[in-house]
Design a binder for this molecule. Structure first.
Ligand SMILES: NC(=O)c1ccc[n+]([C@@H]2O[C@H](COP(=O)([O-])OP(=O)(O)OC[C@H]3O[C@@H](n4cnc5c(N)ncnc54)[C@H](O)[C@@H]3O)[C@@H](O)[C@H]2O)c1
Length: 374
């Protein structure tokens, strides 16, 4: 295939960035069709040649009829599933932003649509694609810690204001921060452990920080804009922090926690995997992993030698997508991974609401989930 014709649905901040990453891999990539109400902004974010020639369409069928080789969906969260379902019926390769769905009804419909579809999907999970995570997965598979038995995973988000002072504050669009944020973490954990999450007990804390105007007095970065339109704990709002006890199908137990009012150098994202033979810890902010061998006097350190967006994951995803479209590779981040993660996030949300352990809906086609690294 020489050149590549891409159709874009929702070419905002995120998808523009990802299309640029794709163009670095395939210089002949052209955005030939767009479905987005903000025509001016779409043209403005495209290279001049594409901006002039791109055709605006109103449906996915019209986009397919425009002769695109692949479609990318980057709308806000609540529209991902609906567009993905329409793309499924075209059989075209799809790059799909996360979360792949925001409700159980959407997720089930998406699952049905892709069981019946030939479309290959790359879900936008840069963490699992990052070199650090891939190395951690390999170390676990090599038995570095023995059989992993326990995981502690943390996400101290130093840019959490964005979930209250931008469009992300609309709970009806995001569905909360398990779906918005933990979807990545639940995904990379299941990926590294090669096992889906089956049971979750979760808690969340809302409105104690990002509604309390008194907290912001005297704070240098308090814009107060986020005190408007962020909902209430009663009507639904994004959480200040939330966490979950998680059980995987292979019996591994984990604790995951995410905090959205962290600032500056306190940011941390990563995990500690414990087995009888060793402890493996890693952190994306430090770009480092280390293994302590419980029965050996040496410690192994791994330092990632690059500083790329999403720790190199965006580039890896873009490259994989281009190779999937060319028919050269399998997806490293399939629709099944996207769905598994959403089912776990929905169970976490349900658990936080009901104060109960909740079972995670499982996919029955497990053999399709384990995709070898290309
Ligand atoms: N994978 C990641 O690491 C990552 C990182 C950031 C954002 N995201 C996800 O990317 C998505 C988009 O975020 P963003 O910040 O780019 O948002 P954005 O608002 O910048 O972009 C959304 C785009 O969708 C368009 N749009 C609105 N209504 C539409 C409709 N009915 N049909 C088609 N297009 C429509 C808008 O005009 C806009 O161009 C979110 O779901 C977010 O969760 C993922």
């Amino acid at each position: 295939m020489s050149g590549m014709k891409l159709g874009v649905i929702g070419l905002g901040t995120r998808l523009s960035h990802m299309v640029n990453c794709m163009r670095e891999v395939e210089s002949g990539l052209q955005v030939v069709a767009a479905l987005d109400p903000d025509e001016a902004s779409v043209r403005g974010s495209l290279p001049e040649k594409d901006a002039q020639s791109v055709r605006f369409v109103r449906t996915v069928d019209e986009m397919a009829a425009a002769g695109v080789d692949a479609i990318a969906v980057g709308t806000r969260c609540n529209l991902h599933a609906q567009y993905a379902i329409e793309v499924a019926s075209t059989g075209l390769p799809l790059f799909l932003e996360k979360p792949v769905a925001t409700t159980l009804e959407q997720a089930i419909a998406l699952e049905e649509a892709f069981r019946a579809s030939e479309s290959n999907v790359v879900v936008s999970f840069p963490l699992r694609a990052s070199p650090l995570c891939v190395r951690v997965k390999h170390l676990l598979e090599e038995g570095t810690v023995g059989i992993p038995q326990h995981v502690m995973a943390v996400n101290y988000v130093p840019y959490g204001d964005v979930y209250f002072n931008s469009w992300y504050r609309d709970y009806q669009v995001t569905g909360g921060l398990f779906l918005q944020k933990a979807t990545h973490d639940f995904d990379y954990l299941a990926y590294c452990l090669r096992s889906p999450i089956v049971r979750v007990a979760a808690m969340r804390s809302c409105g104690r920080v990002y509604r309390d105007a008194s907290l912001s007095e005297g704070e240098s970065d308090a814009s107060c804009a986020y005190f408007e339109h962020i909902g209430t704990p009663e009507t639904g709002m994004n959480e200040d922090s939330s966490g979950a006890l998680v059980e995987f199908a292979n019996g591994v137990q984990a604790v995951y926690t995410q905090v959205f009012f962290t600032k500056r150098g306190a940011g941390r994202r990563g995990a500690v995997f414990s087995g009888y033979r060793g402890t493996l810890s890693f952190d994306w902010y430090e770009n480092k992993a280390s293994v302590v061998h419980h029965f050996d006097s040496f410690k192994d350190d791994y330092q990632v030698d690059s500083d790329l967006p999403h720790h190199g994951g965006d580039g890896a995803l873009a490259e994989n997508f281009i190779r999937v479209v060319r028919g050269e590779a399998n997806s490293i981040s399939s629709i099944w991974a996207g769905l598994q993660s959403v089912y776990a996030c929905l169970a976490a949300k349900e658990s936080a609401e009901s104060n109960q352990f909740c079972a995670v809906r499982q996919l029955t086609n497990l053999e399709r989930i384990e995709v070898p690294l290309s």
